[in-house]
Design a protein around this ligand. Sequence first.
Ligand code: MEV
Length: 398
Amino acid sequence: MNDNQHPTSRISGFHKRSIGERLNLVAEGRGLSPESLAHLQGGGQVALSVVDKMSENVIACQALPLSMGLNFRINNRDRLVPMAVEEPSIVAAASNAARLVRICGGFVGEADPAVMTAQVQLDEVPDPIAAKVRLESHKEALLALGNEAIPRMVSRGGGCRDLEVRVVDVESGLLVVHYYVDVGHAMGANLVDQVAEHVAPEICRLVGGQIGLRILSNLPLRRLVRCEARVSAEALGGEELADGIARASRFAEKDVFRAVTHNKGVMNGIDAVALALGQDWRSIEAGAHAFAALHGTYRPIATWSRTEDGLLGRIELPLAVATVGGSTQVHQGVRAAFELLGVEDARELAVVMAAAGLACNLAALKALAGEGIQRGHMRLHNRKAEAEAARALEEIGR
Ligand code: MEV
Protein backbone atom coordinates (compact mmCIF):
# COMPACT_ATOMS: atom_id res chain seq x y z
CA MET A 1 0.00 0.00 0.00
CA ASN A 2 1.32 3.46 -0.78
CA ASP A 3 -1.25 5.43 1.17
CA ASN A 4 -4.01 4.60 3.59
CA GLN A 5 -6.65 3.71 1.05
CA HIS A 6 -5.18 2.81 -2.32
CA PRO A 7 -2.72 0.10 -3.30
CA THR A 8 0.43 1.18 -5.06
CA SER A 9 0.69 1.16 -8.85
CA ARG A 10 4.43 0.58 -8.61
CA ILE A 11 4.95 -3.18 -8.87
CA SER A 12 8.56 -3.92 -9.66
CA GLY A 13 9.43 -6.95 -11.78
CA PHE A 14 5.79 -7.20 -12.94
CA HIS A 15 6.70 -7.97 -16.55
CA LYS A 16 8.91 -10.89 -15.49
CA ARG A 17 6.03 -12.72 -13.77
CA SER A 18 3.67 -15.20 -15.36
CA ILE A 19 0.27 -13.92 -16.49
CA GLY A 20 -1.38 -15.70 -13.55
CA GLU A 21 1.01 -14.11 -11.07
CA ARG A 22 0.46 -10.67 -12.58
CA LEU A 23 -3.28 -11.13 -12.25
CA ASN A 24 -2.93 -12.11 -8.59
CA LEU A 25 -0.78 -9.07 -7.96
CA VAL A 26 -3.22 -6.60 -9.46
CA ALA A 27 -6.28 -8.30 -7.98
CA GLU A 28 -4.83 -8.02 -4.48
CA GLY A 29 -6.55 -5.30 -2.47
CA ARG A 30 -8.46 -3.87 -5.43
CA GLY A 31 -11.83 -5.36 -4.57
CA LEU A 32 -12.30 -7.26 -7.82
CA SER A 33 -15.73 -8.91 -7.88
CA PRO A 34 -15.72 -12.74 -8.03
CA GLU A 35 -17.23 -12.49 -11.56
CA SER A 36 -14.45 -10.20 -12.76
CA LEU A 37 -11.74 -12.33 -11.19
CA ALA A 38 -13.18 -15.49 -12.75
CA HIS A 39 -13.47 -13.71 -16.09
CA LEU A 40 -9.82 -12.61 -16.04
CA GLN A 41 -8.62 -16.00 -14.77
CA GLY A 42 -10.44 -17.57 -17.72
CA GLY A 43 -8.42 -15.42 -20.15
CA GLY A 44 -11.12 -12.83 -20.79
CA GLN A 45 -13.61 -14.86 -22.81
CA VAL A 46 -16.94 -13.10 -23.33
CA ALA A 47 -20.06 -15.18 -23.92
CA LEU A 48 -21.19 -15.14 -27.55
CA SER A 49 -24.72 -14.45 -26.32
CA VAL A 50 -23.39 -11.14 -24.93
CA VAL A 51 -21.39 -10.04 -27.96
CA ASP A 52 -24.26 -11.03 -30.22
CA LYS A 53 -26.25 -8.21 -28.59
CA MET A 54 -23.43 -5.68 -28.87
CA SER A 55 -23.27 -5.72 -32.66
CA GLU A 56 -24.91 -7.33 -35.68
CA ASN A 57 -24.01 -10.30 -37.87
CA VAL A 58 -21.64 -11.50 -35.13
CA ILE A 59 -19.69 -14.68 -35.86
CA ALA A 60 -17.13 -14.72 -33.01
CA CYS A 61 -15.04 -12.46 -30.74
CA GLN A 62 -11.89 -10.57 -31.74
CA ALA A 63 -9.57 -10.61 -28.72
CA LEU A 64 -6.86 -8.09 -27.80
CA PRO A 65 -4.33 -8.25 -24.98
CA LEU A 66 -5.51 -6.59 -21.76
CA SER A 67 -2.45 -5.06 -20.11
CA MET A 68 -1.74 -2.94 -17.06
CA GLY A 69 -0.12 0.47 -17.29
CA LEU A 70 1.95 0.68 -14.11
CA ASN A 71 3.46 3.45 -11.99
CA PHE A 72 0.72 5.99 -12.65
CA ARG A 73 0.20 8.52 -9.91
CA ILE A 74 -2.55 10.96 -10.81
CA ASN A 75 -3.82 13.74 -8.57
CA ASN A 76 -1.99 12.18 -5.63
CA ARG A 77 -3.52 8.77 -6.11
CA ASP A 78 -1.96 5.63 -7.51
CA ARG A 79 -3.81 4.05 -10.42
CA LEU A 80 -3.35 0.82 -12.28
CA VAL A 81 -4.33 1.73 -15.82
CA PRO A 82 -5.95 -0.98 -17.98
CA MET A 83 -4.84 -0.74 -21.61
CA ALA A 84 -5.98 -2.85 -24.57
CA VAL A 85 -3.78 -2.48 -27.63
CA GLU A 86 -2.25 -4.69 -30.31
CA GLU A 87 1.00 -2.74 -30.76
CA PRO A 88 4.06 -3.94 -28.79
CA SER A 89 5.95 -1.47 -26.58
CA ILE A 90 3.11 0.99 -25.91
CA VAL A 91 2.29 -0.33 -22.43
CA ALA A 92 5.95 -0.69 -21.44
CA ALA A 93 6.69 2.81 -22.71
CA ALA A 94 3.71 4.33 -20.88
CA SER A 95 4.70 2.58 -17.64
CA ASN A 96 8.30 3.77 -17.94
CA ALA A 97 7.27 7.35 -18.56
CA ALA A 98 4.74 7.19 -15.70
CA ARG A 99 7.59 6.07 -13.43
CA LEU A 100 9.63 9.16 -14.33
CA VAL A 101 6.65 11.45 -13.78
CA ARG A 102 5.87 9.71 -10.50
CA ILE A 103 9.38 10.43 -9.16
CA CYS A 104 8.70 14.11 -9.80
CA GLY A 105 5.26 14.26 -8.14
CA GLY A 106 2.90 12.56 -10.58
CA PHE A 107 0.29 13.79 -13.05
CA VAL A 108 -2.05 16.62 -12.15
CA GLY A 109 -5.27 17.01 -14.11
CA GLU A 110 -8.86 18.16 -14.17
CA ALA A 111 -11.83 17.65 -16.46
CA ASP A 112 -14.73 19.96 -17.23
CA PRO A 113 -18.24 18.85 -16.27
CA ALA A 114 -19.66 16.31 -18.73
CA VAL A 115 -21.30 18.86 -21.04
CA MET A 116 -22.02 17.49 -24.50
CA THR A 117 -22.99 19.46 -27.58
CA ALA A 118 -26.08 18.72 -29.67
CA GLN A 119 -26.67 20.35 -33.04
CA VAL A 120 -30.00 21.22 -34.59
CA GLN A 121 -29.68 22.23 -38.22
CA LEU A 122 -32.20 24.48 -39.98
CA ASP A 123 -31.97 25.28 -43.69
CA GLU A 124 -33.62 28.04 -45.69
CA VAL A 125 -34.35 30.17 -42.64
CA PRO A 126 -35.78 33.37 -44.19
CA ASP A 127 -33.75 35.88 -42.14
CA PRO A 128 -31.03 33.99 -40.23
CA ILE A 129 -29.66 37.06 -38.43
CA ALA A 130 -33.09 38.02 -37.08
CA ALA A 131 -33.78 34.34 -36.35
CA LYS A 132 -30.70 34.18 -34.15
CA VAL A 133 -31.90 37.15 -32.09
CA ARG A 134 -35.39 35.66 -31.81
CA LEU A 135 -34.13 32.25 -30.65
CA GLU A 136 -31.78 33.85 -28.12
CA SER A 137 -34.70 35.76 -26.65
CA HIS A 138 -36.47 32.41 -26.10
CA LYS A 139 -33.43 30.79 -24.56
CA GLU A 140 -34.89 29.87 -21.16
CA ALA A 141 -38.04 28.36 -22.67
CA LEU A 142 -36.00 26.41 -25.23
CA LEU A 143 -33.73 25.02 -22.50
CA ALA A 144 -36.76 23.97 -20.45
CA LEU A 145 -38.19 22.29 -23.56
CA GLY A 146 -34.92 20.40 -24.03
CA ASN A 147 -35.06 19.18 -20.44
CA GLU A 148 -38.50 17.68 -21.12
CA ALA A 149 -36.78 15.15 -23.38
CA ILE A 150 -34.47 13.82 -20.65
CA PRO A 151 -36.39 13.92 -17.33
CA ARG A 152 -34.37 11.15 -15.70
CA MET A 153 -31.08 12.89 -16.44
CA VAL A 154 -32.54 16.14 -15.08
CA SER A 155 -33.62 14.36 -11.87
CA ARG A 156 -30.05 13.07 -11.50
CA GLY A 157 -28.69 16.62 -11.64
CA GLY A 158 -27.88 16.85 -15.35
CA GLY A 159 -29.77 18.55 -18.17
CA CYS A 160 -29.62 21.43 -20.64
CA ARG A 161 -27.23 24.12 -19.41
CA ASP A 162 -26.97 26.56 -22.28
CA LEU A 163 -27.62 27.10 -25.96
CA GLU A 164 -25.95 29.01 -28.74
CA VAL A 165 -27.27 30.01 -32.13
CA ARG A 166 -24.81 30.00 -35.03
CA VAL A 167 -25.49 31.51 -38.42
CA VAL A 168 -23.38 29.21 -40.57
CA ASP A 169 -24.38 30.44 -44.03
CA VAL A 170 -26.56 33.51 -44.55
CA GLU A 171 -27.09 32.85 -48.26
CA SER A 172 -28.66 29.42 -47.84
CA GLY A 173 -30.25 30.35 -44.51
CA LEU A 174 -28.25 27.68 -42.68
CA LEU A 175 -28.70 28.17 -38.97
CA VAL A 176 -27.46 25.80 -36.28
CA VAL A 177 -28.55 25.72 -32.67
CA HIS A 178 -26.11 24.16 -30.21
CA TYR A 179 -27.55 22.69 -27.04
CA TYR A 180 -25.08 22.17 -24.21
CA VAL A 181 -26.26 19.30 -22.07
CA ASP A 182 -24.76 17.97 -18.84
CA VAL A 183 -24.93 14.19 -19.28
CA GLY A 184 -23.55 13.19 -15.87
CA HIS A 185 -21.49 10.01 -16.02
CA ALA A 186 -22.62 9.01 -19.54
CA MET A 187 -20.93 9.53 -22.88
CA GLY A 188 -24.18 11.25 -23.73
CA ALA A 189 -24.71 10.66 -27.44
CA ASN A 190 -28.22 9.21 -27.06
CA LEU A 191 -29.22 11.81 -24.50
CA VAL A 192 -28.28 14.81 -26.60
CA ASP A 193 -29.79 13.26 -29.71
CA GLN A 194 -33.07 12.99 -27.78
CA VAL A 195 -32.84 16.66 -26.84
CA ALA A 196 -32.07 17.73 -30.42
CA GLU A 197 -34.98 15.76 -31.87
CA HIS A 198 -37.39 17.03 -29.22
CA VAL A 199 -36.61 20.76 -29.61
CA ALA A 200 -36.26 20.94 -33.41
CA PRO A 201 -39.97 21.43 -34.27
CA GLU A 202 -40.33 24.34 -31.81
CA ILE A 203 -37.15 26.00 -33.10
CA CYS A 204 -38.49 25.67 -36.62
CA ARG A 205 -41.87 27.07 -35.56
CA LEU A 206 -40.13 30.14 -34.10
CA VAL A 207 -37.94 31.01 -37.09
CA GLY A 208 -39.17 29.09 -40.10
CA GLY A 209 -36.98 27.17 -42.55
CA GLN A 210 -36.58 23.45 -42.82
CA ILE A 211 -35.42 21.04 -40.12
CA GLY A 212 -32.18 19.26 -40.99
CA LEU A 213 -29.93 17.10 -38.81
CA ARG A 214 -30.44 16.64 -35.09
CA ILE A 215 -27.36 14.98 -33.69
CA LEU A 216 -24.48 15.37 -31.24
CA SER A 217 -21.23 17.02 -32.27
CA ASN A 218 -18.15 14.89 -31.71
CA LEU A 219 -16.29 18.09 -30.93
CA PRO A 220 -17.55 18.73 -27.37
CA LEU A 221 -15.60 21.89 -26.63
CA ARG A 222 -17.26 22.28 -23.24
CA ARG A 223 -16.03 18.85 -22.17
CA LEU A 224 -12.26 19.30 -22.15
CA VAL A 225 -9.69 17.56 -20.01
CA ARG A 226 -6.31 19.00 -19.06
CA CYS A 227 -3.37 17.26 -17.51
CA GLU A 228 0.20 18.28 -16.65
CA ALA A 229 3.38 16.47 -15.71
CA ARG A 230 6.79 17.65 -14.61
CA VAL A 231 9.94 15.62 -15.10
CA SER A 232 13.38 16.64 -13.92
CA ALA A 233 16.32 16.44 -16.30
CA GLU A 234 17.98 14.24 -13.72
CA ALA A 235 15.14 11.71 -13.78
CA LEU A 236 15.15 11.80 -17.59
CA GLY A 237 18.85 11.13 -17.86
CA GLY A 238 20.33 14.56 -18.46
CA GLU A 239 19.88 18.11 -19.68
CA GLU A 240 20.64 17.11 -23.24
CA LEU A 241 17.69 14.75 -23.37
CA ALA A 242 15.40 17.34 -21.79
CA ASP A 243 16.50 19.83 -24.48
CA GLY A 244 15.95 17.20 -27.16
CA ILE A 245 12.38 16.51 -25.97
CA ALA A 246 11.55 20.22 -25.92
CA ARG A 247 12.96 20.55 -29.45
CA ALA A 248 10.92 17.53 -30.58
CA SER A 249 7.80 19.17 -29.15
CA ARG A 250 8.58 22.43 -30.97
CA PHE A 251 9.01 20.47 -34.20
CA ALA A 252 5.44 19.16 -33.80
CA GLU A 253 4.19 22.68 -33.05
CA LYS A 254 5.73 23.99 -36.28
CA ASP A 255 5.16 21.13 -38.71
CA VAL A 256 1.92 19.35 -39.51
CA PHE A 257 3.65 16.18 -40.77
CA ARG A 258 5.34 15.78 -37.43
CA ALA A 259 2.29 16.95 -35.43
CA VAL A 260 0.15 14.13 -36.75
CA THR A 261 2.71 11.47 -35.76
CA HIS A 262 3.22 13.17 -32.41
CA ASN A 263 -0.55 13.06 -31.81
CA LYS A 264 -0.71 9.45 -32.96
CA GLY A 265 1.75 8.67 -30.16
CA VAL A 266 -0.50 10.50 -27.68
CA MET A 267 -3.52 8.58 -28.92
CA ASN A 268 -1.63 5.30 -28.44
CA GLY A 269 -2.25 5.80 -24.72
CA ILE A 270 -5.71 7.34 -24.86
CA ASP A 271 -7.12 4.76 -27.28
CA ALA A 272 -5.64 1.83 -25.37
CA VAL A 273 -7.39 2.93 -22.18
CA ALA A 274 -10.55 3.70 -24.16
CA LEU A 275 -10.62 0.22 -25.61
CA ALA A 276 -9.97 -1.51 -22.29
CA LEU A 277 -12.81 0.47 -20.74
CA GLY A 278 -15.32 0.03 -23.54
CA GLN A 279 -15.35 3.67 -24.62
CA ASP A 280 -16.36 5.05 -28.02
CA TRP A 281 -12.81 5.50 -29.32
CA ARG A 282 -13.98 6.65 -32.77
CA SER A 283 -15.65 9.67 -31.23
CA ILE A 284 -12.57 10.30 -29.08
CA GLU A 285 -10.31 10.13 -32.14
CA ALA A 286 -12.58 12.40 -34.19
CA GLY A 287 -12.77 14.96 -31.38
CA ALA A 288 -9.04 14.90 -30.63
CA HIS A 289 -7.97 15.57 -34.21
CA ALA A 290 -10.62 18.24 -34.77
CA PHE A 291 -9.42 19.92 -31.57
CA ALA A 292 -5.85 19.73 -32.86
CA ALA A 293 -6.93 21.62 -35.98
CA LEU A 294 -9.32 24.02 -34.27
CA HIS A 295 -7.40 27.21 -35.01
CA GLY A 296 -6.74 26.52 -38.66
CA THR A 297 -3.49 24.57 -38.47
CA TYR A 298 -3.16 21.05 -37.14
CA ARG A 299 -1.23 21.24 -33.87
CA PRO A 300 0.02 18.87 -31.16
CA ILE A 301 -2.49 18.21 -28.38
CA ALA A 302 0.38 17.61 -25.96
CA THR A 303 3.51 19.76 -25.64
CA TRP A 304 6.70 19.81 -23.59
CA SER A 305 8.63 22.90 -22.60
CA ARG A 306 11.83 23.41 -20.64
CA THR A 307 11.68 24.46 -17.01
CA GLU A 308 14.60 25.36 -14.81
CA ASP A 309 15.23 21.80 -13.77
CA GLY A 310 13.59 19.74 -16.50
CA LEU A 311 10.37 19.65 -18.49
CA LEU A 312 6.74 20.57 -18.14
CA GLY A 313 4.29 18.55 -20.24
CA ARG A 314 0.73 19.65 -20.94
CA ILE A 315 -2.14 17.96 -22.71
CA GLU A 316 -5.61 19.26 -23.49
CA LEU A 317 -8.37 17.70 -25.57
CA PRO A 318 -12.10 16.99 -25.54
CA LEU A 319 -12.93 13.60 -24.04
CA ALA A 320 -16.48 12.29 -24.05
CA VAL A 321 -16.13 9.22 -21.87
CA ALA A 322 -18.51 7.31 -19.64
CA THR A 323 -18.64 5.23 -16.51
CA VAL A 324 -22.22 4.17 -17.26
CA GLY A 325 -24.06 3.06 -20.40
CA GLY A 326 -22.62 1.64 -23.63
CA SER A 327 -20.60 -1.52 -23.00
CA THR A 328 -19.60 -0.44 -19.47
CA GLN A 329 -22.22 -2.72 -17.91
CA VAL A 330 -22.68 -5.54 -20.40
CA HIS A 331 -19.08 -6.56 -21.11
CA GLN A 332 -17.50 -8.44 -18.19
CA GLY A 333 -13.97 -7.54 -19.33
CA VAL A 334 -14.86 -3.86 -19.33
CA ARG A 335 -16.42 -4.21 -15.88
CA ALA A 336 -13.23 -5.88 -14.62
CA ALA A 337 -11.11 -3.08 -16.11
CA PHE A 338 -13.26 -0.49 -14.33
CA GLU A 339 -12.86 -2.34 -11.04
CA LEU A 340 -9.07 -2.39 -11.47
CA LEU A 341 -8.91 1.29 -12.36
CA GLY A 342 -11.32 2.35 -9.63
CA VAL A 343 -12.55 5.70 -11.00
CA GLU A 344 -15.56 7.35 -9.38
CA ASP A 345 -16.91 9.11 -12.43
CA ALA A 346 -16.43 10.08 -16.07
CA ARG A 347 -14.36 13.16 -15.19
CA GLU A 348 -11.84 11.08 -13.26
CA LEU A 349 -11.68 8.64 -16.15
CA ALA A 350 -10.95 11.50 -18.57
CA VAL A 351 -8.01 12.65 -16.44
CA VAL A 352 -6.58 9.10 -16.34
CA MET A 353 -6.84 8.86 -20.13
CA ALA A 354 -5.16 12.23 -20.61
CA ALA A 355 -2.34 11.11 -18.28
CA ALA A 356 -1.91 7.90 -20.30
CA GLY A 357 -1.71 9.98 -23.49
CA LEU A 358 0.87 12.32 -22.00
CA ALA A 359 2.92 9.36 -20.71
CA CYS A 360 2.98 7.73 -24.16
CA ASN A 361 3.98 11.03 -25.73
CA LEU A 362 6.84 11.53 -23.25
CA ALA A 363 8.07 7.98 -23.82
CA ALA A 364 8.02 8.41 -27.60
CA LEU A 365 9.81 11.78 -27.54
CA LYS A 366 12.37 10.51 -25.05
CA ALA A 367 13.20 7.58 -27.30
CA LEU A 368 13.18 9.68 -30.48
CA ALA A 369 15.33 12.45 -29.01
CA GLY A 370 17.68 9.88 -27.49
CA GLU A 371 18.68 6.55 -28.91
CA GLY A 372 15.94 6.51 -31.56
CA ILE A 373 12.71 4.54 -31.53
CA GLN A 374 13.98 1.36 -33.13
CA ARG A 375 16.05 -0.19 -30.38
CA GLY A 376 13.46 -0.52 -27.58
CA HIS A 377 10.55 -0.77 -29.96
CA MET A 378 12.15 -3.55 -31.99
CA ARG A 379 13.16 -5.52 -28.90
CA LEU A 380 9.48 -5.75 -27.99
CA HIS A 381 8.40 -6.26 -31.60
CA ASN A 382 10.82 -9.19 -31.75
CA ARG A 383 8.97 -10.86 -28.88
CA LYS A 384 5.89 -10.78 -31.09
CA ALA A 385 7.86 -12.18 -34.04
CA GLU A 386 9.11 -14.99 -31.80
CA ALA A 387 5.53 -15.78 -30.76
CA GLU A 388 4.47 -15.79 -34.43
CA ALA A 389 7.34 -18.13 -35.35
CA ALA A 390 6.46 -20.47 -32.47
CA ARG A 391 2.84 -20.57 -33.61
CA ALA A 392 3.89 -21.33 -37.20
CA LEU A 393 6.09 -24.18 -35.99
CA GLU A 394 3.24 -25.52 -33.90
CA GLU A 395 0.97 -25.51 -36.95
CA ILE A 396 3.55 -27.33 -39.09
CA GLY A 397 3.84 -29.96 -36.34
CA ARG A 398 0.09 -30.59 -36.40
C1 MEV B 1 4.32 4.80 -32.74
O1 MEV B 1 3.18 4.03 -32.47
C2 MEV B 1 4.19 6.18 -32.16
C3 MEV B 1 5.35 7.13 -32.46
O2 MEV B 1 5.54 7.26 -33.86
C4 MEV B 1 4.97 8.47 -31.86
C5 MEV B 1 5.92 9.62 -32.18
O3 MEV B 1 6.62 9.57 -33.19
O4 MEV B 1 5.90 10.58 -31.37
C6 MEV B 1 6.65 6.64 -31.88
